[in-house]
Design a protein around this ligand. Structure first.
Ligand SMILES: [Zn+2]
Length: 500
């Protein structure tokens, strides 16, 4: 009989996860007071998806957009113009995590006692408590919100499917970061200077003081995955924050200086790591297979240099595998080869392309010289003048460059021949098919600057060619294709009027 193994993460947080290790610390029970950040339900029970609690306060937000606590970098785009009022709702307890420890905030839903659903678009820590930013829907109004979120009113808090997927991804990446930093420190003695939980689905990174060799990266990955395979448990120890201890240790590591919740949380990966952190962490690292991207990114700053090591775990790793696999298989299909042959085939195509480009260049030079000879052969003997127009069809994106090559070849032939006969040549080139992007290019060159200029001006005036020139050359273009009965006839008339 076949056996099956279940490898899904635990759906219930074990009771041993959240440990208050101080005999004097208790979770506030007054429903009219907010539980401080550090002891929130999302931090005590990270797998909890719904909670019933009470409202503490509700007000209209003074800022039109939600401001960050200043930990998301300077590159953040300005928030879009507000479309509806934004409320700041404080609850006694919550499962919606307000950003912290490098972990972005959750999104979720509040349910008021009348059954109405309110969208929490952001959550922030203000000093020591969590503030839910509720964006009103068109049918919702501020007066109802004040009534339904009055102090003591019963409120349901839920992450919803979307919110939980987002949270699960954040927890996977955050707990993996603790594991990775611990392994880097204990095995390779490399300290983590900072880290970034970048927006899904990009890889996250830890910033390190030095680069790692491919062997070191492989060692770190292997060691981390050995611990993952063992399924080491994770728990959190909570005690009062000692205000005399300096705990701020980096831009996104440690306890922030403006935190006033009075609680110190230490996240412990059994036998591996102890780290102060306010984030929500999975109760176990089992199933958190870690993938380290082998290419590090070096950063040079004014005073220091550091490197970024990118990593993936959990749902983000699956998304990454899916997208890279799709890219590889679609490339293999285009190249008509198996996935392992893709680098070799692409290399081959690039080499062939280089050779083909070189051959096109050589042939173009040869053809330009041949056309120039043909034009030169049209010149009447013994002091006669040459006035000539020639149209080409060419789908090249650099058709003007080819016309220019013809003119250069013609001029050098003319000089070589020792001829003093005057000449004026107009070359034009159009793509083979008329589309909205079809552009015709025109090149005028001659032995007399004034005549070249006159023809250029006439092309501008009569054929709406946009262009200009200097000395013996004038070039221009217009949108559309060249018709001999239209542009050709008009040019013939222009050339007639500027005869030598
Ligand atoms: Zn952390």
């Amino acid at each position: 009989m076949a056996t099956t193994a279940t490898l899904s993460p635990p759906s219930v947080t074990p009771p041993t996860y959240h440990r208050i290790v101080s005999p004097t610390l208790a979770i506030p029970t007054d429903p009219l007071q907010p539980i401080p950040v550090g002891l929130l339900a999302c931090q005590r029970d990270p797998l909890l998806r719904e909670l019933t609690t009470t409202a503490v306060s509700c007000r209209v937000s003074q800022s039109p957009s939600v401001r960050s606590n200043g930990r998301e970098g300077k590159k953040k785009k300005p928030a879009p113009a507000p479309t509806a009022p934004l409320l700041e709702v404080v609850l006694h307890d919550t499962i919606i995590f307000p950003e912290g420890g490098g972990q972005p905030a959750d999104v979720g839903i509040l349910t008021s006692s009348d059954g109405d659903l309110w969208d929490v678009v952001e959550a922030k820590r203000h000093g020591g408590h969590a503030v839910h930013y509720v964006r009103l829907k068109p049918e919702q109004n501020v007066d109802d919100a004040f009534r339904l979120f009055s102090p003591g009113a019963v409120v349901g808090v839920s992450l919803g499917d979307q919110g939980f997927r987002r949270r699960l991804d954040h927890m996977c990446m955050h707990t993996s970061q603790h594991l990775l930093s611990a392994v880097l420190e204990t095995r390779l003695h490399v300290e983590t200077l900072a880290w970034s939980l970048t927006a899904y689905p990009a890889p996250c990174y830890v910033e390190l003081a030095r680069g790692l060799s491919p062997e070191e990266i492989a060692t770190a990955q292997e060691e981390a995955n050995r611990l993952v395979f063992e399924g080491r448990s994770v728990h959190v120890e909570v005690e009062e924050l000692d205000p005399t201890v300096k705990v701020m240790s980096g831009p996104s590591v440690g306890i922030p200086s403006n935190y006033t919740g009075g609680v110190k949380r230490t996240v412990v990966i059994d036998g591996v790591d102890r780290n102060p952190c306010c984030g929500t962490h999975l109760p176990s690292i089992h199933n958190l297979q870690l993938f380290l991207l082998p290419n590090m990114e070096a950063l040079a700053r004014a005073t220091t240099s550091s490197v970024r090591l990118y990593f993936l775990a959990g749902p983000r790793l699956i998304t990454h595998l899916t997208s890279t696999h799709t890219l590889l298989t679609s490339t293999a299909s285009i190249m008509s080869c198996g996935a392992p042959q893709v680098p070799e085939r692409v290399q081959q195509v690039v080499e062939e392309r280089k050779k083909a480009t070189k051959r096109v260049e050589d042939l173009e030079a040869e053809l330009a010289a041949a056309i120039a000879s043909e034009i030169a052969a049209c010149a009447p003997r013994e002091g006669g003048e040459l006035v000539l127009r020639r149209h080409r069809t060419d789908d090249s994106a650099t058709a003007l460059a080819f016309l220019s090559a013809i003119s250069t070849a013609f001029v050098s032939k003319h000089v070589e021949s020792g001829s003093t006969s005057p000449y004026l040549v107009v070359l034009s080139s159009s793509p083979s098919a008329q589309t909205s992007a079809s552009t015709t290019v025109v090149l005028v060159f001659g032995s007399g600057d004034q005549k070249v200029k006159d023809v250029g001006e006439a092309l501008k005036a009569k054929l709406n060619v946009k262009g200009g020139g200097k000395g013996p050359r004038w070039s221009g273009k217009f949108t559309g294709v060249w018709k001999d009965g239209r542009e050709g006839a008009a040019l013939a008339a222009i050339l007639e009027s500027v005869k030598f």
